[in-house]
Design a protein. Structure first.
Length: 276
């Protein structure tokens, strides 16, 4: 299995926590590709050693350093340049890779993700989940339809967990041009979540929708999901959900943030990862 990650030094510990949970939930060989701009060599070596120990020798880190890939893109303190790297990852990854699973560092992996990894992507660039809280979904669709001028935007996909069709992107004559054109114009569009907005505008007709409960569970929405269906209680999520995603600016590793039922689960994995 090939897994893509990207972060700066501020997110190394969350990255370790995510990787620890990935290895514990998937007893297979996993190649980790870390695309970054300025992580120091000593920190890369630290992550390499962590991957070796946490995976019991079944994981390998492949660091890829890039420079000025998205220097013109819209960024903020919270939305950094690294968030864009997944979109042009095929340019820097080995040519023999036909697909890769991208995971944000603020994810916990609770169960096997092999079924998702081996899914049929057909002629789509991505597989992703929407977060179907009605007001959030409809507001983002309306916002992007207005700012982009495209009236055929029907979904707003979360970009934190993606299956990426590297082969299709690599063989496309217009993929890179469309991404870079959008980035060039993004600063004037008033984008709220720049990379995610890009995904939903440029590739709106090239994304397979996957189940959010199983593959991109929003950890902030426990009560909302339970109201939607009573079966979505904690025991169900632990047994069936693959990716628990701590979306938003409040993170469970920060002392001031208690995100309810999932904080203790996250901190369990965090402590295990920090002790390796």
């Amino acid at each position: 299995m090939n897994v893509l990650v990207s972060c700066d030094e501020n997110y190394i510990n969350p990255l370790k926590t995510m990787l620890y949970s990935l290895f514990k939930s998937n007893d297979i060989q996993i190649e980790i590709y870390l695309i970054h701009k300025d992580i120091r060599d000593e920190k890369i070596k630290e992550i390499e050693k962590f991957v070796e120990k946490a995976s019991l020798g079944k994981g390998k880190l492949n660091p890829i350093k890039v420079e000025d890939l998205f220097s013109k893109a819209k960024t903020t303190f919270y939305y950094t340049e690294e968030m864009y790297y997944r979109l042009l990852a095929y340019k820097y990854l080995p040519k023999n890779l036909d697909r890769i699973l991208y995971l944000d560092p603020d994810v916990l992996v609770l169960n096997s993700c092999e079924k998702l990894y081996n899914m049929d992507l057909s002629d789509n660039y991505f597989a992703a989940a929407t977060h179907t809280i009605p007001t959030v979904q409809s507001a983002n669709v309306a916002r992007l339809s207005l700012t982009s001028g495209h009236k055929d935007i029907e979904n707003y996909f979360n970009s934190g967990i993606l299956m990426i069709n590297l082969e299709l992107a690599r063989n496309s004559e217009k993929y890179e041009k469309e991404v870079l054109n959008y980035v060039e114009n993004s600063k004037s569009l008033g984008l709220i979540m720049p990379d995610q907005d890009l995904l939903n505008v440029v590739f709106r007709n090239k994304i397979i929708k996957i189940d959010e409960i199983k593959y991109n569970y929003d950890a902030r929405r426990y009560l909302a999901y339970k109201l939607k269906d009573k079966k979505y209680k904690l025991s169900y999520i632990i047994s069936n959900t693959c990716f628990l995603h701590f979306c938003g600016k409040r993170k469970p590793w920060l002392d001031e943030n208690n995100l309810g039922v999932f904080t203790s689960i996250y901190l369990y994995f965090w402590k295990k990862a920090m002790n390796i």
